[in-house]
Design a protein around this ligand. Structure first.
Ligand SMILES: NC(=O)c1ccc[n+]([C@@H]2O[C@H](COP(=O)([O-])OP(=O)(O)OC[C@H]3O[C@@H](n4cnc5c(N)ncnc54)[C@H](OP(=O)(O)O)[C@@H]3O)[C@@H](O)[C@H]2O)c1
Length: 257
């Protein structure tokens, strides 16, 4: 039996990974901030799938939280075979509307935590000659979209670079780049997602399923869903100015403060 550690495992895409991996028979370590919610999810997954599920309450915007998860990932006697760095959030507002501290918090969760947790996990995986890391980025990585898009672009570049460096070691790294997914993300960020056309929405379970398939195929980048693959292909051909305009307006209406 293998063990998977998922950050942001209590909602949206992280919860979908937890369901998928439990169904496939993996033991789980669930990470998020809300202890009560973590316990509820752990009990439900254990009761339904019979796998061992432990919880680790940690805030990945704080050094203490990141260190606690690094420590768990470094335990050689209870190895983690698959890490899903999924925890993330959006900020409410455009550049200069968002306080710099909130932008720095985003970089801490989306970049520093991902770097530190990947490194903690991969060290043991390389020694064992097997393991996997899925770093959840976004299609926002490929378009100009403020600090959010920039942080996700970092995730893609970092993950693909590390995957190349570790080629042949038995350790697989993959960046996952979904489009709009129905989760708590937009509501938490105070975003009005009403202008996003219905066809652009993806299902979190389908996203997790596509990711696991592409990881098994040895891909270092996964864009779930053919529609988004086509969109991202087209985006490469669009003039930067036009791309910038389309990307800053789509799904970026904010509710009242
Ligand atoms: N939804 C989309 O349209 C979409 C599209 C592309 C990429 N993504 C990316 O997918 C990932 C998951 O997003 P989602 O849509 O599933 O969001 P979500 O439904 O809001 O879930 C976010 C999860 O992350 C946890 N979390 C948030 N901040 C955290 C922190 N500081 N420390 C530890 N855990 C934290 C939350 O639990 P607690 O609040 O209890 O900590 C929750 O479990 C993110 O990286 C996001 O950028 C989302």
């Amino acid at each position: 039996m293998t063990t998977a550690l998922i950050t942001g495992a209590t909602a949206g895409i992280g919860a979908a990974f937890a369901r998928r991996l439990a169904r496939d028979g993996h033991h789980l370590v669930l990470v998020a901030r809300d202890k009560e919610r973590l316990r509820e999810h752990a009990t439900a997954l254990h009761d339904r799938h019979g796998v061992e599920v432990s919880v680790l309450a940690a805030d990945l915007a704080a050094d203490k939280g990141i260190s606690a998860v690094e420590k768990r990932l470094s335990e050689r006697e209870h190895p983690v075979d698959l890490l899903v760095n999924n925890a993330g959030f959006g900020n409410k507002g455009r550049y200069l509307d968002v306080p710099v501290e909130d932008e720095l918090t985003m970089l801490k969760v989306h970049c520093e935590a991902v770097l530190r947790l990947t490194s903690a996990a991969v060290a043991g995986m390389r020694e064992r000659g097997r393991g996997g890391v899925v770093n959840v980025a976004s299609v926002a990585a490929f378009v100009p979209r403020g600090t959010y898009g920039a942080s996700k672009a970092w995730v893609v570049q970092f993950t693909q670079g590390a995957a190349k460096d570790l080629a042949g070691s038995g350790v697989r790294l993959m960046a996952l780049c979904p489009g709009f997914v129905r989760t708590e993300f937009h509501e938490r960020a105070g975003m009005d997602s009403g202008n996003i056309p219905g066809w652009m929405w993806l299902d979190a379970d389908a996203v997790a399923g596509a990711a696991m398939k592409d990881l098994a195929r040895g891909r270092s980048l996964c864009i779930p869903d053919a529609r988004y693959k086509a969109l991202m292909g087209a985006a490469r051909l669009l003039p930067r100015e036009l791309l910038s305009k389309a990307s800053t307006t789509t799904g970026r209406r904010y509710g009242p403060r």
